[in-house]
Design a protein around this ligand. Structure first.
Ligand code: GLP
Length: 243
């Protein structure tokens, strides 16, 4: 496990962008696992800048997003597909056919989860998975009590997650209660993982993840078992760590 501590959000974003850019530099047809939320926005902006300056090229890159709200279509402004278009995809040269996000409108959820798992496997698995973390230690939408051995699955969101994500919605009652998420199994199968966190509100989750015992109660703690994981933290998120 590697821990990179940075001064602030901007430096966290730059360091994370360097890690993603190096991955693409070393393997131009990389398979990236991508995350949403407020945390990676700055990293996406840096990556767009690298692309515009000709430092990286997404032509042969494939992406798999971690999760999608269930019941939101891709053109709903609150959907994760919309977020990805707005914050990243519209400004780079990823091929649309190489972009994968669970379908939040799928009638048959279990068939959609199977499709996503099979696609991931057919593409050979993720080279580098980018993660954020929830205040309750969730990764993707793998909430406390999650089973470590499941792949992409249907989840009921925790009240704490619904409350945390309400800030992105005009009306808190509009926050979806369910989602489709890659499972811990998919995440652990990624060759490399980089987890980003900033702000004091993440400090407890980071401490439990890195220094606590490995437990389904803190889903991110399973990363202690991953052979190649890097935490990129700002000062505040790292502030409760012993060292
Ligand atoms: C959401 C996402 C996660 C994300 C987390 C933290 O619920 N499903 O992938 O890491 O919340 O979000 P934020 O970065 O906005 O704190």
């Amino acid at each position: 496990m590697k821990i990179i501590k940075t001064k602030d959000y901007e430096m966290m974003s730059k360091k994370a962008a360097f890690i993603v850019a190096s991955q693409i530099g070393l393997k131009k047809d990389s398979i990236l696992g991508l995350a949403t939320g407020g945390t990676p926005v700055g990293m996406y902006q840096e990556l767009i800048r690298f692309y515009q300056e000709g430092m990286i090229d997404f032509e042969n890159v494939t992406t798999f997003n971690l999760d999608e709200y269930y019941g939101l279509s891709g053109d709903d402004e609150q959907s994760y597909r919309y977020y990805m278009e707005e914050n990243f995809f519209k400004d780079i040269n990823l091929k649309p056919e190489n972009i994968h996000i669970p379908d939040g409108m799928a009638d048959d959820v279990s068939a959609e989860c199977d499709r996503y798992n099979q696609l991931l496997e057919a593409e050979g698995g993720i080279d580098l998975q980018v993660l954020g973390i929830g205040r309750n230690g969730h990764i993707g939408f793998n909430e406390p009590d999650t089973e470590f051995k499941v792949g992409t699955h249907f989840v009921k969101l925790d009240d704490e997650t619904i409350e945390a994500n309400a800030r992105f919605f005009d009306n808190p009652e509009d926050v979806p209660q369910t989602a489709i998420s890659m499972g811990i199994k998919n995440i652990m199968q990624a060759k490399k993982v980089v987890l980003l966190a900033n702000g004091l509100e993440k400090a407890d989750a980071i401490k439990k993840t890195i220094e606590g015992s490995i437990s389904p109660q803190v889903p991110a703690s399973v990363l202690q078992l991953h052979p190649d994981v890097t935490f990129v933290l700002d000062e505040q998120a790292a502030s409760k760590l012993d060292s």
